[in-house]
Design a protein. Structure first.
Length: 316
């Protein structure tokens, strides 16, 4: 075989180009070129060499007799990838925010679970007006100092507290789970909106919720707020466990009179059946403390919802 290839090579180098009657020699030269270039071919089980092309060539190489000489081996095209849903919430997690295309006006359509945000009849927050003054029982706060952790969850700063804090209202006990902040206040009283508000979220054994709203007005430094800010995590969605104790009672005003009404969560899924207890007197936070939160969340308050003839009670 080696002798045959050498003879062919010499023939290819010494013989001049022939006319149409030398076509067999031209075919020999083509076959020789194919054999010499077959070093990087893949071999199938039957010993036939196939050149593998990473991408299909513009056109196959064609021999002088018109037959294709290179076989392109490419995987068949798969099905076209489905287009991503244009609107959030159509297949996949829905993102909601306080402004823009995913703002409060669109929450009800972002995800089926959020439908109550647009169709609910007892939504929160509301502008609290014309409360019926009656002799309501005081809310019994059973708060005590304990450990806590701070989370920036992408919508607010939330404080998770240790078990053991609770309230009693209308003879029922609800345990404090967490509290978080809004700017400006979501609640309004006779049209007045405050610098910030804090929501203390409580639940009973059946999962029923009572949220205590505390209004924050500009004034002296608030020690509890300062303790929370001092333990802000460096990144969102990470929990910073504090090395000091926190007593949630320090967030409450001295005057414990309150408004109460039935409403909803103020964030998606906007579930209803939530009892709201809004303290009538605000507590203070310094301009510097308010500014710190503003740098994280300049605005994270849902607009007021229709009171829709709900009964609003207030304690004397």
């Amino acid at each position: 075989m080696k002798h045959t290839l050498t003879s062919l090579c010499l023939a290819a180098l010494t013989l001049p180009a022939l006319a149409a009657d030398a076509d067999p020699m031209e075919k020999l030269r083509e076959r020789l070129a194919e054999k010499l270039s077959a070093v990087k071919t893949n071999t199938t089980g039957d010993g036939v060499g196939l050149r593998v092309a990473a991408t299909p060539p513009a056109a196959p190489a064609v021999a002088s007799n018109g037959s294709a000489k290179r076989v392109a081996h490419t995987p068949p095209a798969g099905p076209a990838a489905p287009k991503r849903a244009a609107a959030a919430g159509h297949g996949g997690a829905a993102h909601w925010s306080y402004s823009g295309e995913a703002g409060p006006q669109t929450w009800g359509g972002l995800k089926p679970e959020f439908s109550m945000c647009s169709s609910g009849q007892r939504q929160s927050p509301i502008d609290i007006r014309e409360g019926i003054a009656v002799d309501l029982e005081p809310v019994k706060f059973d708060y005590q100092a304990g450990s806590f952790a701070v989370v920036d969850n992408g919508h607010t700063v939330q404080v998770n507290v240790a078990p053991g804090n609770s309230i009693e209202i209308s003879g029922k006990r609800f345990e404090l789970k967490q509290f978080h902040f809004h700017r400006p206040s979501e609640e309004r009283i006779d049209g007045r909106q405050f610098e910030m508000s804090a929501h203390l979220v409580h639940a009973d054994a059946e999962g029923r919720l009572v949220v205590v709203g505390v209004l924050l007005a500009k004034g002296p430094v608030h020690p509890l707020v300062q303790s929370v800010w001092a333990n802000l995590p460096l990144e969102r969605n990470s929990e910073q466990r504090a090395r000091v104790m926190l007593d949630p009672a320090a967030l409450l005003p001295t005057d414990r009179r309150y408004f109460t009404y039935m409403g909803s969560l103020t964030t998606p899924p906007c579930s209803e059946g939530v009892q709201w207890v809004v303290m009538r007197s605000p507590v203070s936070a310094s301009p510097e403390q308010i500014d710190i939160f503003s740098r994280l969340y300049p605005m994270n308050a849902r607009p007021p919802q229709s009171a829709a003839g709900r009964r609003i009670m207030q304690s004397n």
